[in-house]
Design a protein around this ligand. Structure first.
Ligand SMILES: *[C@@H]1O[C@H](CO)[C@@H](O)[C@H](O)[C@H]1NC(C)=O
Ligand SMILES: *[C@@H]1O[C@H](CO)[C@@H](O)[C@H](O)[C@H]1NC(C)=O
Ligand SMILES: *[C@@H]1O[C@H](CO)[C@@H](O)[C@H](O)[C@H]1NC(C)=O
Ligand SMILES: *[C@@H]1O[C@H](CO)[C@@H](O)[C@H](O)[C@H]1NC(C)=O
Ligand SMILES: *[C@@H]1O[C@H](CO)[C@@H](O)[C@H](O)[C@H]1NC(C)=O
Ligand SMILES: *[C@@H]1O[C@H](CO)[C@@H](O)[C@H](O)[C@H]1NC(C)=O
Ligand SMILES: *[C@@H]1O[C@H](CO)[C@@H](O)[C@H](O)[C@H]1NC(C)=O
Ligand SMILES: *[C@@H]1O[C@H](CO)[C@@H](O)[C@H](O)[C@H]1NC(C)=O
Length: 472
């Protein structure tokens, strides 16, 4: 059976044909001769072979589980792995448990009106071991539920669409998490790709994740574009995009509303992350809009034990968000956060514009090494406008381990109607400022004429060429 595109047939006809005459030639022919929709999109690679989810018995009624259909579709397309293949998810509500992308050179395409609905039945979520750089699950010490869409050891994976939706249906997970109901297991994420390279995730909407939304880990050459990520602002740990021990990543044109950090840059936790030793580096974040009243626009850490370096953020907007770029670390984390650059940040209604926390003392377990001191150095922020701010800065370094080389230039911060007295609360830090209002703390003396650096060179991920793909 050579799959064909058939998404012009009505939802009802598709459902009936799937139930009654699944696989029958007549139905197949009828669907194939229905007006073919042409798909046009841009991606890092186009695919020679296509299949539609409905070719594998899927039912888009929002009630029938399609876990087997996703698995069968991906398995069927594996015969085209070397040539490349795409699975098209047509309009409809496709309930599914966790499924794996097992093929390289693979595209998952969500058409306009396609909704992948995450099952709320825990038996649809296999458990997998904790990440080696964390030593345990993030929620609990045992294993973790596999992500809704999970892939490992892949090359060239695209998840895109005409802004179709992945709905995590997280409410039941949040409730159960808050009441301690999972005991020993960590909640699933929506998309996790591990030990992979050449990843492109774009033009889809992710809503109500049980926990983190997009988690590339131990991976490289990653392009994330045009994601809309939405979760209630009080939902637990619904981080937007978390590059974790990843190299050469570009995140751009994303709109994120969440209950936790819009972007959280990570690299493993305490002694486990130190041992694994894989940094996140060469990271571009641009044209991000964030709303997250209790969290950061961009967090660096708190799990940073493999190191974080060379982060370049620009054209960042946040509204009603707790902080701008926040560094979170603690004794026991080890490693470093260095060579961080940000410019053109625009904030409206914020608690702390600049925030560094040296005592973010959540530990994986008691086995951390208190002498593993993180090095925070070379943090450069310029061209910042922030309005309706409660505190300009809270910068807490670590005793005998000052955060060094902080540079802030051209920052105009206007305060709330009833401003706090101590606007710059600084301990154990060193650096300079220039053209910053209100007046910074004495540990960041003014050095006239300084313009904090932002790298001029390009990263390899800047030069990636997208191809125009069309399927008929
Ligand atoms: C996905 O693959 C992992 C191993 O990488 C496995 O543990 C898990 O059960 C698989 N999930 C599904 C839904 O088959
Ligand atoms: C939780 O998981 C850990 C690690 O797998 C295991 O040692 C422990 O027995 C589990 N505890 C419970 C209550 O299941
Ligand atoms: C995936 O890649 C990692 C890192 O290269 C390797 O350690 C692991 O064995 C690979 N796993 C599989 C299933 O091939
Ligand atoms: C993203 O999806 C929208 C909505 O379907 C579509 O109009 C637009 O062309 C898509 N953008 C890209 C780059 O594919
Ligand atoms: C995708 O859909 C979301 C939610 O409806 C919308 O806010 C966003 O603007 C759309 N994005 C694109 C690129 O069409
Ligand atoms: C200061 O920052 C603002 C806001 O980003 C920008 O418009 C302005 O050009 C900057 N001034 C200088 C001298 O770079
Ligand atoms: C300013 O911030 C305060 C919180 O500090 C908020 O209640 C108020 O609505 C904001 N005002 C405007 C004009 O956004
Ligand atoms: C200043 O920061 C210290 C921690 O370094 C904190 O204990 C203190 O409460 C802060 N002071 C104010 C006035 O916010």
């Amino acid at each position: 059976m050579e799959p064909c595109l058939s998404f012009k047939t009505s939802h009802v006809i598709r459902t009936i044909s799937a139930i009654l005459v699944l696989g029958m030639l007549s139905s197949q022919t009828a669907e194939c001769t229905a007006a073919k929709v042409s798909l046009k999109y841009r991606a890092i690679n186009c695919r020679k072979h296509s299949a539609v989810l409905t070719d594998f018995g899927a039912v888009g009624d929002g009630k029938t589980s399609n876990t087997k259909a996703f698995k069968a579709a991906i398995q069927s397309l594996s015969k085209h792995e070397s040539d490349g293949a795409q699975l098209i998810v047509p309009p409809g509500k496709w309930l599914t448990g966790s499924f794996n992308i097992t093929n390289s050179h693979f595209t998952l395409f969500l058409q306009k009106g396609a909704v992948i609905l995450a099952s709320q039945d825990e038996s649809e979520w296999p458990q997998i071991p904790p990440l080696p750089s964390y030593g345990r699950g993030r929620d609990a010490i045992g294993g973790r539920f596999s992500s809704l869409i999970f892939g490992t050891n892949l090359t060239d994976v695209v998840i895109t669409g005409h802004n179709g939706t992945i709905d995590g249906q997280g409410a039941t997970w949040w409730t159960k998490f808050r009441s301690g109901g999972f005991l020993n297991v960590t909640r699933p994420y929506l998309i996790e790709l591990m030990y992979s390279n050449q990843i492109h995730i774009s033009n889809i909407t992710l809503i109500n994740s049980p926990s983190w939304n997009v988690h590339p880990v131990y991976s490289s050459d990653i392009l994330v574009q045009q994601l809309t990520i939405l979760a209630p602002i009080d939902s637990p740990n619904t981080d937007g995009i978390n590059p974790d021990s990843c190299t050469n990543t570009r995140i751009e044109d994303c709109f994120i509303v969440s209950g936790d950090d819009c972007i959280a840059v990570k690299s493993g936790w305490d002694q486990y992350g130190i041992k694994f030793g894989m940094p996140t580096k060469q990271l571009i974040i641009r044209r991000l809009t964030c709303i997250s009243p209790d969290s950061a626009t961009i967090a660096l850490g708190s799990e940073m034990s493999g190191g974080i370096e060379d982060v370049r953020a620009e054209d960042i907007t946040a509204i009603e968000t707790q902080s701008g770029i926040r560094i979170k670390t603690a004794k026991g984390r080890g490693a470093y956060v260095k060579n961080i650059y940000a410019r053109r940040m625009n904030f409206k209604t914020m608690k702390y514009v600049f925030w560094m926390s040296g005592a973010y003392s959540q530990h994986a377990d008691d086995g951390f090494d208190p002498n593993a001191i993180p090095q925070i150095q070379g943090i450069n922020y310029r061209d910042v406008v922030a309005e309706n701010v409660t505190y300009a800065a809270r910068l807490d370094g670590i005793d005998n381990d000052p955060f060094k080389g902080i540079c802030i230039s051209n920052a105009t911060i206007t305060l709330t109607a009833d401003p706090k007295e101590l606007q710059w609360n600084c301990t154990n830090i060193a650096g300079v400022t220039s053209n910053v209002t209100p007046q910074p703390c004495s540990l960041l003396p003014v050095k006239k004429g300084v313009i904090c650096p932002f790298p001029e060179d390009r990263l390899p991920i800047d030069d990636i060429q997208l191809k125009t793909c069309s399927t008929t």
